[in-house]
Write a protein that binds this ligand. Structure first.
Ligand SMILES: [Zn+2]
Length: 289
């Protein structure tokens, strides 16, 4: 998971920008009148989110007497996020925030849209609340669906509020097979409270990250198999390990907890892989002319 800076605008700006783009004056007025209720929910969110207590947010059936959850959802889709609307610039600020457009929830796929951390169907007052709007790829968005956390452990990670630090927690394991099998898991640092470990495990499972990273790792191995055979042919197992350690340093320098860092660490630490596993990746053409 990648940490992001929260949006620099608050719900008041989001509501006004959205309302200014609504031609139906009755609907625009109803939205403006809903701002106090929206701001109350935003303040509650701000109070609970830093300590990982958003599961305690009250669910509300509607925003105000005039705006149901369904109407608020329509306002979001048809007005707030509509291409060309005044509020679309705010939507785009959120969507474009991650470096290289990579989804902060999986750290791998490309951002496709903006997701509601607490789903708008259950928390309609948070539909336009910037700190509840998180950029996500379509798979993470789909995997999360309209999940409502019932307790602290069931909360997926929030890019604006959760900081996992730089200590290593994502690890990989190499199992001898043809081709080599790579699996990914969590090794919680000792400083992590139990609830954070449970949340990371929940996030990992909900977003299907073990499967995603295993598939990416298999593809990465196929990509480097020729090079490893080349290095192994001239420098032997020690040369393969030295090469993998260099690759590990490069990945770890950028992100201590990317799947690539975990992969290269596991490969460099595996005696089997450095001695013979690298030759089991795929049937290779003869590497040396
Ligand atoms: Zn994602």
């Amino acid at each position: 998971m990648k940490r992001l800076n929260p949006p620099v605008f608050a719900s008041a700006q989001a509501v006004e920008a959205c309302a200014s783009g609504i031609a139906d004056t009755e609907r625009a007025d109803a939205l403006r009148q809903a701002l106090p209720a929206i701001e109350i929910a935003e303040r509650a969110y701000q109070a609970l989110a830093p300590s990982g207590e958003l599961y305690r947010m009250d669910q509300t059936g509607q925003v105000t007497a005039l705006i149901s959850a369904e109407l608020m959802s329509t306002i979001y889709k048809r007005h707030f996020a509509r291409a060309g609307s005044p509020s679309r610039l705010l939507y785009e600020q959120i969507r474009m925030a991650p470096e290289h457009g990579i989804c902060p929830l999986c750290g791998q796929r490309v951002v496709a849209s903006v997701d509601h951390y607490l789903p708008k169907s259950h928390y309609p007052q948070l539909t336009l609340t910037p700190i509840n709007l998180v950029p996500a790829c379509s798979d993470c968005n789909k995997n999360k669906l309209a999940q409502v956390p019932r307790n602290a452990q069931e909360q997926s990670l929030h890019p604006y509020f959760d900081d996992l630090g730089n200590e290593r927690w994502l690890v990989a394991e190499v199992r001898p097979s043809t081709p080599p099998t790579i699996s990914f898991g969590i090794r919680p640092p000792t400083a992590w409270p139990e609830v954070l470990t449970a949340r990371v495990a929940h996030h990992f499972a909900t977003m299907g990250l073990a499967e995603l990273y295993a598939a990416q790792a298999a593809s990465e191995l196929a990509d480097i198999s020729y090079l490893l055979a080349d290095v192994g042919g001239s420098a032997g197992p020690d040369g393969v390990r030295a090469h993998l350690e260099r690759e590990l340093q490069s990945r770890a320098a950028r992100d201590a907890n990317s799947w690539k860092t975990a992969l290269y660490e596991a490969l460099a630490c595996s005696d089997w892989f450095c001695a013979e596993g690298y030759r089991q990746i795929q049937s290779l053409p003869v590497p040396f002319p």
